[in-house]
Design a protein around this ligand. Structure first.
Ligand SMILES: Cc1ncc(COP(=O)(O)O)c(C=O)c1O
Length: 394
């Protein structure tokens, strides 16, 4: 790490991020290299962003070629890259319409606007989300979250927005009625600690939807775009949400998000009602096209297969370290090791083994390797994990 970067950063940047003591230089595949040349196994993927790992040759080639043609032209013009990417998303996700944004929060915000517009036509006002959910840092998102660190002192928030306990069928029944406009959820909570929606809970939600007619918004920003081995995580349930929000992995490293929905619902947004300068930017879209094509060419299958391999290996580690590990959660390339203590201690130990991970929900070690991860790299991770757990034992 160059010696003065910490003091220079302290002088000029907001001090809102807790940084790991590393200055990264470049990445290749599942590995990152710091400025001294030290190699790290990346089990974070830029927080679920680098779906194809680092410097994927097709991704680099597509972005370089596009940059040489034009980087940005604005949404005043027709753009092949937007249309092609939307076609691929509609095919992989089985929806009909896509709106491109730049981030997860922006996608979620747009989904709320669609719900509100739909609700205004049906005389419905209330939107619900769930405890432990994370939807971004904008006011719409924050109004549907309840974690104090993200909200304290920032109110007032948007009206008619409520947070219910997750997986609590009784709470759902008590809250939802004819005024309900939408229910938003991560079917697999990421920041919340890799917690899935129980199938019975989703069944109850669907029955209530039949009774009261509201929209279901799936936040697939973290779990979507193939990360868990299916294109959307909710594909594992028999449900078709009305609106899906995406970002992170879909851009392979470039800022790209999307709202994905039905032909009918897309029509609540009329010309001029919603938009963004950068959304659907050609550079981001050509990257998105490569991600989607690679998902089709076997990367999504790899995420599923390697996810099973990882999970089996983690269960073996759990047996060996039952005094540390409570549970293994998640699937594909989105898994969590639930510990009996704060996960930050294990993140630090793993870093000593040159492995990058992240702690969430206090005691969950979150694993987000690239979807291209190999068996050998998983073995390397498991080896480093065992050494780290062993040293925490002493
Ligand atoms: C499920 C989920 N939704 C929304 C967001 C917000 O995305 P962004 O940080 O791109 O605004 C995140 C980010 O972690 C997320 O995990």
């Amino acid at each position: 790490m160059s010696t003065d970067i910490i003091s220079r950063e302290h002088e000029v940047l907001f001090q809102n991020y807790r940084r790991l003591p590393i200055e990264l230089d470049y990445g290749k595949g599942s590995y990152l290299y710091d400025t001294s040349g030290k190699k790290y196994l990346d089990f974070l993927s830029g927080i679920a962003v680098n779906a194809l790992g680092h410097s994927h040759p097709k991704l680099v080639d597509a972005v370089v070629k596009q940059a040489q043609k034009s980087m940005h032209v604005s949404n005043f013009f027709y753009q092949e890259s937007q249309v092609r990417l939307a076609e691929l998303i509609c095919e992989l996700g089985s929806y009909q319409r896509v709106f491109f944004s730049n981030s997860g929060a922006e996608s979620f915000e747009g989904a709320i606007k669609i719900a509100r517009l739909w609700g205004s036509k049906h005389n419905k006002t209330d939107i619900y989300a769930f405890h432990g959910g994370f939807h971004g840092r904008t006011y719409g998102s924050l109004s549907l979250m309840d974690k104090a660190i993200y909200r304290d002192g920032m109110g007032p928030f948007l009206p008619n927005m409520h947070v219910l306990p997750f997986n609590d069928i009784d709470a759902l029944h008590s809250a939802i009625n004819e005024h309900t406009c939408a229910v938003a959820l991560e079917f697999l909570q990421g920041e919340g600690g890799i917690i899935h929606a129980e199938p019975e809970f989703i069944n109850a939600l669907e029955s209530l939807k039949e009774q009261y007619n509201f929209l279901i918004i799936a936040d697939e920003v973290q779990a979507g775009a193939g990360r868990t081995g299916s294109f959307f995580y909710f594909d594992k349930y028999l449900i078709k949400p009305d609106i899906v929000v995406m970002a992170k992995g879909m851009g392979g490293g470039l800022p790209l998000g999307a709202i994905v929905t039905t032909d009918e619902l897309s029509k609540v947004i009329e010309k001029g009602m919603h938009g963004t300068t950068y959304g659907g930017n050609a550079l981001a879209c050509v990257a998105g096209i490569v991600v989607m094509e690679e998902l089709k060419n076997g990367v999504q299958h790899n995420a599923k297969e390697m996810g099973c391999y990882l999970k089996d290996a983690l269960h073996e580690v759990q047996k060996e370290f039952s005094d540390h590990i409570i549970e293994i959660r998640g699937c594909g390339c989105m898994q969590g090791i639930v510990l009996k203590y704060e996960a930050s201690a294990l993140v630090t130990e793993l870093l000593k083994q040159n492995i990058i991970t992240n702690a969430t929900a206090i005691n969950v070690l979150r694993l987000l390797p690239p979807l291209t991860i190999s068996k050998e790299e998983i073995d390397e991770f498991i080896n480093g994990l065992k050494i780290s757990l062993q040293s925490l034992k002493q």
